[in-house]
Every structure is written in structure tokens, then in C-alpha cells.
Design a binder for this molecule. Structure first.
Ligand SMILES: Cc1ncc(COP(=O)(O)O)c(C=O)c1O
Length: 396
């Protein structure tokens, strides 16, 4: 049976991690996979997660199945975090939601749900978007098209072109938007641009699908959800996929949330049964552990306050690293102005250099990044920034 299969190339990002591990250069730098790192290059367990683990160890008294929708305290806490307390759709009971195995799991089951509603739906994604959006949505059998988003030459969002394209999207089609900290570019819509996206959605009738995987890594936990709250407040239907991998550091615990804001409470109830049946047909129910930890953190006031500070610390560290890199590049006489890196948000930046220059960085300088020139800002440190800036200056 299996002899008919042909080998596939390694995932470009995960393959890069493997190549980095093999490299014996002591000065190698890993800017590939999107994982937060501290100054020592470690991805530590957050303090609040450690505290929640201890609480869970003491209080969890069974390993029986959890309800199909997941840990209810997790769902309620996350909805409040994303939509804010007393959000209109929450009060009106127009929300269906399930815990999912990571943001990826949420994206996938939501894509399956869109297909159940209408198999001919096209999902519009930004050009570029996070590479995994394409298989997660496309493998559900949906059509995918792209809307213009980022101009590498000016290192900025091509908003006019984006808006013109979205105006052509037909009613009922779905537009995938990054809630904040756009992956891979780090270039986010400003408030005016979100307002325009809302107006276009109101005119055309497209359904926004917001992927929010980095809440708190951009400007703040509140400011980063401006767009998703705006859409959720003003439109009858919005789809949201959220991830706790980054802002709770729960990568391997596969902790995410799938949210469907619907037109009426009755439709929300029906949608809840449908999304649960989709999950049942794939993995039955989500893993409990990560959701249980987030439930404890978000629903214990002291822990929540401490967690918010931990998120702030990670965000501020990445902001400082951006500035450090930009300053070092200028200091070392880079022939290109990289100041745009300071305007970008979250964990990623596009350096806007060519694939050939990236290849040189990897092969000649042991600086590992994907060919699009996306870098994980958290991979920079006080100890490697000089080497990184020098290597960049050399390949320019
Ligand atoms: C834009 C975006 N969405 C969703 C995810 C999903 O993450 P996870 O499945 O690890 O929760 C990621 C992870 O890198 C991401 O960058």
C-alpha cells in the first residue's frame, strides 16, 4: 500500500530548525520558527503557567473525558479576553465556541464548518500570509484566493489595493484577517484601516474570519483586539480562531479556541452542534490540559494580573530587540534603511531582502531564516545582535 507514496520536502520552517540544530558554528543564530525566546535563547514555561500547573496537580481529580466543547472556564475567559467584558454578541447569546487543539485546530475545524455551510465558498487570504493557512483551509476543500497586502519595496501595507480587491469579494465569501502581529510581515492595519475593512464588509457582505494568535504582543492586550472587537460589534457574522501558544507559551499543549458569532441565538445553538460534530469526526474532543491552565490563570485575579505583566515583559523585550537591531544596522553602515522594523509588531518582521541574500545568510553566516526574509524577532539577543547586523550588512 505505502509503496505508492513519494517523499515530500521538509516543511520549510520546521526543516530550517533541523538544519540549525545540525550546524556546528558556535555563533549560529536561529530566526526561523515562531517561538518566543529569552536572552539565553530558551523558551521558558511562564511563571503563571507554572503556578497554574501546581494548582491543577492539586485539584484535578479525574482524567475522564471533558465536555465536547472543552473547558467551559477556558472558553468564557478567552471570549472575555478577546471580545471584552459585556460584549454585545456575548450578551445577546449569539456566540458558538469550542476549545480546539491549538490555533491550527481552530482554523481547520472552522474551515470544515464553512464548507458545511457552502462548499463553493472562497476564502481570501492576505498576500503573503502565514504559510500554514493554505493547507489548513485548502485541505478542507475550500477555494483560496489572495488579496494584496504587503509591498516589499516600500516595506508597507498596500492598503488601497487591498481595499479595492476586498470591494470585489462576493457576498458570503470569507476574508481571513490577522487580528494583530501579522505573520509573516509584522505589518498591521491601523484603526482607520480596520474601520474601512468594516465598511467594505458591510457593503459587500463578506464574512470576516479573524485569526488572532499574538494578542498582547503588538501594543497591548486591549489595543491588539481593536479590529476583531470592531467587526464583532458591528457585523452579524464573524469567525474567530485564537491561539494560546504564544501569549501563554503553551505551544505543545495545543490550546486554541474556535468562535462563531452568528446572527441569532437560535443559529448559535445550531452552529454549536455542527462544530462539535466536526470535531467529533476528527479528534472527538480537545486535549484538556492547556485549557485547564488558561482557565485557572484567567479566572484567578492575582494570576491574571501577573500573566498580563508577563505578556507585557515579552512584548517590551521584542520591541527593544527591534530597536537594537535597527540601531546596530545603521551603526555598521547598512546600505539599506531598516527603520521600518521598528514600526512592525509582534514576533515577526520581513527584512525585505531577496531569497539569494537569505541563502547567503544561512549558508555563509549560519543565520537561519526562511526565504521570504521573515525573521523571528525573539531570536535576536544582546549577545548575537552584533554578529547578526554584520552578516546582514555583508549580504546586502
Ligand atoms: C498566524 C498564526 N495563526 C495561527 C497559529 C497557530 O498556532 P498554534 O496551532 O500553535 O496554536 C500560528 C502559529 O504560528 C500563527 O502564526
Amino acid at each position: 500500500m505505502f509503496d505508492v507514496l513519494t517523499p515530500l520536502p521538509a516543511d520549510p520552517i520546521l526543516g530550517l530548525s533541523a538544519a540549525y540544530k545540525k550546524d556546528t558554528n558556535p555563533n549560529k543564530i536561529d530566526l526561523g520558527v515562531g517561538v518566543y525566546k529569552d536572552e539565553q535563547g530558551r523558551t521558558p514555561i511562564m511563571n503563571t503557567v507554572q503556578k497554574a500547573q501546581r494548582i491543577l496537580l492539586e485539584t484535578e481529580d479525574s482524567k475522564t473525558y471533558i465536555p465536547q466543547q472543552g473547558v467551559q472556564g477556558f472558553i468564557d475567559g478567552m471570549l472575555q479576553l478577546i471580545l471584552g467584558q459585556g460584549h454585545k454578541a456575548l450578551i445577546e447569546n449569539r456566540i458558538a465556541a469550542v476549545q480546539a487543539p491549538g490555533g491550527c485546530g481552530a482554523l481547520r475545524i472552522l474551515a470544515e464548518l464553512i464548507k458545511r455551510c457552502d462548499g463553493d465558498t472562497t476564502v481570501w487570504v492576505s498576500d503573503p500570509t502565514w504559510a500554514n493557512h493554505i493547507p489548513l483551509i485548502g485541505n478542507a476543500g475550500l477555494n483560496i484566493k489572495t488579496y494584496p497586502y504587503f509591498d516589499k519595496t516600500s516595506a508597507s501595507i498596500k492598503f488601497d489595493e487591498m481595499a479595492d480587491c476586498l470591494k470585489q469579494v462576493k457576498k458570503g465569501d470569507v476574508v481571513l484577517l490577522h487580528g494583530c502581529c501579522h505573520n509573516p510581515t509584522g505589518a498591521d492595519l491601523n484603526k482607520d484601516q480596520w474601520n474601512t475593512v468594516l465598511e467594505i464588509a458591510q457593503q459587500t457582505g463578506f464574512i470576516p474570519f479573524v485569526d488572532i494568535a499574538y494578542q498582547g504582543f503588538g501594543d497591548s492586550l486591549e489595543e491588539d483586539v481593536y479590529g476583531v472587537r470592531l467587526l464583532a460589534n458591528s457585523l452579524p457574522e464573524v469567525i474567530i480562531a485564537a491561539s494560546c501558544s504564544k501569549n501563554f507559551g503553551l505551544y505543545r499543549e495545543r490550546t486554541g479556541l474556535a468562535v462563531m458569532i452568528t446572527e441569532t441565538p437560535a443559529i448559535a445553538s445550531i452552529t454549536q452542534t455542527q462544530i462539535q460534530s466536526i470535531a467529533r469526526g476528527i479528534y472527538s474532543m480537545p486535549p484538556s490540559y492547556g485549557g485547564a491552565l488558561v482557565d485557572i490563570i484567567l479566572n484567578t485575579p492575582d494570576l491574571k494580573t501577573e500573566w498580563m505583566q508577563e505578556v507585557t515583559d515579552m512584548r517590551e523585550r521584542m520591541k527593544n530587540l527591534r530597536k537594537l537591531l535597527v540601531d546596530k544596522l545603521a551603526e555598521k553602515g547598512a546600505s539599506k534603511d531598516f527603520s521600518f522594523v521598528n514600526q512592525q509588531k509582534g514576533m515577526f518582521s520581513f527584512l525585505c531582502i531577496s531569497p539569494e541574500q537569505v541563502e547567503k545568510l544561512v549558508n555563509e553566516h549560519s543565520v537561519y531564516l526562511v526565504s521570504s526574509s521573515r525573521v523571528n524577532i525573539a531570536g535576536i539577543s544582546l549577545s548575537n545582535v552584533d554578529n547578526l547586523a554584520e552578516a546582514l550588512v555583508k549580504v546586502l
